[in-house]
Design a protein around this ligand. Structure first.
Ligand SMILES: Nc1ncnc2c1ncn2[C@@H]1O[C@H](COP(=O)(O)OP(=O)(O)OP(=O)(O)O)[C@@H](O)[C@H]1O
Ligand SMILES: [Mg+2]
Length: 237
């Protein structure tokens, strides 16, 4: 049985479809890239898992148990971590305080230990622990958003568009960190990305969304080698 299973998910905002029918599975320790252009339904899929987008049809289960109707805070308690598109760090709070918000469901002793682990993954955040998050660079804010989501020790990490607006060298560094954290913690990751080339380089498998439907899916390796995928989705000739 897969860790996370989504079956025929339809997300609807009143008359507007966020997704029409998305089905995917996620196993422990694997990274699945969820790629597609603007409005394809990537964020809607992740939000539906977290309980913050309206699900009209379909099922979402973790360990075989439904996540539908579960409050977002309880979704986190069940082992999901979420880093939203646009990072959404709390700009007025310090780096340390942002991490504390992410660790709100763990006890105080674990909080200290977990924060040390985060500072191990992200040394820049340790250097800037007392600074306001709003004063960080975009890349640092992205690292903070990832660290905040990981504070609760999730088994499944939903990462929405981490490369957005960042310089290539920073994007590359974030990719390395994702791989490092995943290996160290045995995390399962869904990486939602418009930057398909980068996401496919990191992921084990990939699902390409188009207008709320799955267009193609398969191993990342097979997708990278597929001329049709290269032309239509990777911008390669
Ligand atoms: N809160 C909302 N209210 C109404 N429509 C929405 C809402 N959020 C998303 N949509 C619509 O749902 C569809 C899917 O959007 P979604 O944000 O899931 O796409 P995406 O793949 O994440 O796109 P992007 O790459 O631009 O982030 C789009 O048509 C979008 O306009
Ligand atoms: Mg999005």
């Amino acid at each position: 049985m897969s860790l996370l299973t989504i079956d025929q998910l339809e997300v609807r905002y009143g008359p507007i479809y966020g997704t029409h029918s998305v089905s995917l599975t996620l196993d422990a320790g694997e990274t699945v890239a969820l790629v597609g252009s603007n409005g394809a339904g990537k964020s809607s899929t992740l939000k539906a898992i977290m309980g913050i987008a309206p699900v009209a049809r379909g099922t979402i289960t973790l360990d075989g148990k439904s996540l539908l109707g579960v409050r977002p805070a309880d979704v986190v308690r069940r082992g999901l971590g979420y880093s939203p598109e646009g990072r959404r760090v709390f700009g007025q709070l310090s780096v340390r305080e942002n991490l504390e918000v992410g660790g709100i469901i763990i006890d105080k002793a674990s909080m200290r230990q977990r924060m040390e682990q985060m500072f191990g993954y992200f040394p820049r955040l340790r250097e800037r622990a007392s600074q306001r998050a709003g004063s960080l660079s975009g890349g640092e804010q992205q690292m903070l958003a990832i660290g905040r989501a990981l504070m609760s020790r999730p088994r499944v990490f939903l990462l929405d568009e981490p490369s957005l607006g960042l310089a290539p060298i920073v994007v590359e560094r974030i990719g390395e960190i994702i791989a490092e954290v995943q290996k160290a913690e045995g995390l399962a990751v869904i990486l939602a990305e418009q930057n398909a080339v980068w996401a496919l380089a990191i992921a084990h498998r990939a699902v390409i969304l188009e207008l709320g439907h799955i267009a193609v899916q398969g191993s990342a390796e097979a997708m990278r080698a597929d001329p049709q995928v290269q032309r239509a989705f990777l911008g390669l000739e």
